[in-house]
Design a protein around this ligand. Sequence first.
Ligand code: GTP
Ligand code: MG
Length: 345
Amino acid sequence: HQAEPDSLRTPIVAVLGHVDHGKTSLLDKIRGSAVHEGEAGAITQHIGSTAVPLEVISDIAGELVNPDDFDLPGLLFIDTPGHHSFSTLRSRGGALADIAILVVDVNDGFQPQTHEAMDILARTSTPFIVAANKIDTVPGWNPEQNRPSKVAIESQSERVQSDLNDSLYEIIGQLSSKDISADMYWRVQDFQKNVGVVPLSAETGEGVPDLLTVLMGLSQRYMKDEMEIDTAGPAAGTVLEVKDTQGFGTTIDTVIYDGTIREDDTIVVGSKPEPIVTDVRALLQPKPLAEIRADEEFEQVPEVVAAEGVKVAAPDLDDAMAGAPVRVVGDRELDDVLDIVRKEL
Ligand code: GTP
Ligand code: MG
């Protein structure tokens, strides 16, 4: 099989930031589901993924995103619970995210996990934008659901605008003390040189249209080439989580970022001391727009094409590791694929 790109995959967007700064709420707002309410306590225990098709993005972003201007199929969001699992994931599994949203509570500013997230992004050279969240909590804020940022800000009293500006410039100052030149996103000309800050509220949805517009625009403009994949090739992916699934024993939640994985495929999964070689027994997928973590009603599918989150059931997965690579062997030599996986660990 000759590897030739034939399709554009969905960019993978990691959502990072300090505890309680609103990562899950932001995704909830975007997908309009109530995963957040179903979570035990306020702390997210796991990592999940959510595919949002271009049409949905366009619906939320309104006139800001015209689907005709884009040929990327949408965005695949990865929620993260905080620092530890994510750095493990990143350092072991390599660059899974194509782009990231760094969520910062405008009132709380930079906190330890914000710094840690920035270090991860710098280390992996992942481009990011800053979501300055919870603008609705500025005292005196006058909310109106789902408005674009600038409209929302300009309709506030001068006092509110000035308070918000102080907080936003504090965030921009924090970024600049890390040698990152940032500005309000509407003033950024070149997103490769400057980080855009999007003021928003995951509660009222104000600024969410802007965030999706910037993400879509950035992906389309700077990442299109990297999104070209050979859909017919053997799948490559990363393990997000290893867990028991009723009726299937130990399974792995994975994000597939290249090629296709099918039932009965032989796969190599990263593990210590040696990678696991096994055959796919079942591919379980959440329903469209559902959070992989919260939806226990998986449907069995014959194949999955990148980029998608999928739960893989197979024998012998007990020693699989979160963050480890997954590869379909396909028509390659097993030894060659084993070498690829060993190198990535
Ligand atoms: P971890 O997963 O624990 O790291 O937290 P998180 O970043 O996912 O935060 P989460 O979305 O769980 O939000 C924490 C709290 O902040 C919840 O009570 C949310 O309702 C609240 N919250 C999040 N975003 C906003 C916002 O824009 N405005 C207001 N008023 N509250 C918000
Ligand atoms: Mg969360």
